[in-house]
Design a protein around this ligand. Structure first.
Ligand SMILES: Nc1ncnc2c1ncn2[C@@H]1O[C@H](COP(=O)(O)OP(=O)(O)O)[C@@H](O)[C@H]1O
Ligand SMILES: [Mg+2]
Length: 310
């Protein structure tokens, strides 16, 4: 399938700041891709380039063969900017109506769009009275106008409570099932986790890892965390049986376990029988994986100027 969005060796500088270096990425129809990175990683810059709002210094960008910002590309693309601010005196309906007219569509569709993002009940209230989550949803209603084939959403779930976030992703799932491609960004991996098809981690303007969460988990090779709770009165016996580097707190031992040692460890714990009240083994957290990759520097990324600054 032809990708809907293709970036090839994209490079962007702001004066001396290397905002993006050699970024290559393709998003297929119906695919949801999350762009992850700390503040300043280059997420918004990448999105603004895709929208044609700013230029770039090297590489190529294609929205189904069209140049970013061209009429053909703009017709296909919707955008939710980071921290989208809307006029607080307008109601949700008035705002969406205004955007519909700008796109040459009947304003009467505003009600249906607001319903789609769960804002029907607040359509006639002023945006100034909306919560952050409601403002994000108005932004999303605006982005849904004209059934865009490519949705570019900059930190759409930042500041949303877990329920609003779940509703947001349910809507994104529907759009992707209907064939829309979604590129969204976030600075927190826990906000996107399993709800996207692919994660792309940007660090200082470079892609440092890309794949499904499972791929990234395997590639990071981070240890598991084990927690062992001794039975009452059995702390000394369990302590003697566990490796000396176990971290004892609140009567429990915590250990970092390389993945390959898991079964051996479990049989040692099982051999302690009734002296152990409980054992838990947890995979590395999403945040651990994210931190692992977002602090990693790719082997070819050494830049003399950065070395001097360090
Ligand atoms: N208009 C600009 N002028 C100069 N530097 C900028 C501008 N916009 C962004 N930058 C810099 O480019 C880098 C990437 O920024 P940005 O794309 O906003 O990152 P993110 O969205 O991941 O937080 C940062 O170092 C930022 O300071
Ligand atoms: Mg940003």
């Amino acid at each position: 399938m032809t990708p809907r969005l293709t970036l090839s060796q994209l490079t962007k500088r702001y004066g001396d700041v290397h905002a993006l270096t050699d970024v290559s990425l393709a998003v297929a129809p119906g695919e949801r891709v999350a762009l992850l990175g700390h503040n300043g990683a280059g997420k918004s810059t990448l999105m603004k380039i895709v929208l044609g709002l700013i230029g770039f210094d090297g590489g190529t960008v294609s929205v189904e063969g069209a140049a970013p910002g061209s009429t053909a590309a703009r017709r296909m693309t919707a955008y939710l900017p980071e921290n989208a601010a809307f006029h607080p005196a307008l109601t949700g309906r008035e705002l969406v109506c205004q955007y519909l007219r700008l796109r040459g569509q009947p304003g009467a569709q505003a009600g249906a769009l607001l319903d789609r993002v769960g804002l029907a009940h607040a359509a006639d209230r002023r945006i100034g009275t909306y919560s952050k989550g409601m403002r994000q949803r108005v932004g999303l209603a605006q982005a849904l106008i004209g059934q865009p084939a490519l949705m570019v959403l900059d930190e759409p779930t930042s500041g949303l409570d877990p329920v609003s976030r779940r509703e947001f992703y349910a809507l994104i799932d529907d759009l992707a099932h209907a064939g829309a491609s979604v590129l969204l960004s976030s600075h927190a991996l826990t906000e996107v986790e399993a709800r996207t098809d692919r994660l792309v981690i940007l660090s200082r303007g470079r892609i440092v890892a890309a794949g499904t969460l499972g791929d990234l988990r395997a590639r990071a090779g981070l240890p598991l965390s084990a927690t062992v709770t001794p039975a009452p009165g059995a702390i000394a016996a369990v302590r003697a049986a566990l490796p000396p580097d176990a971290d004892w707190r609140d009567g429990q031992a915590r250990l970092a376990l390389p993945v390959t040692t898991k079964m051996g460890f479990l049989s040692r714990v099982a051999a302690l029988g009734g002296q152990v009240a409980d054992v838990e083994i947890a995979p590395p957290s999403l945040e651990d994986i994210y931190t692992h990759f977002s602090h990693a520097t790719p082997p070819d990324a050494a830049e003399p100027r950065q070395a001097e600054a360090a």
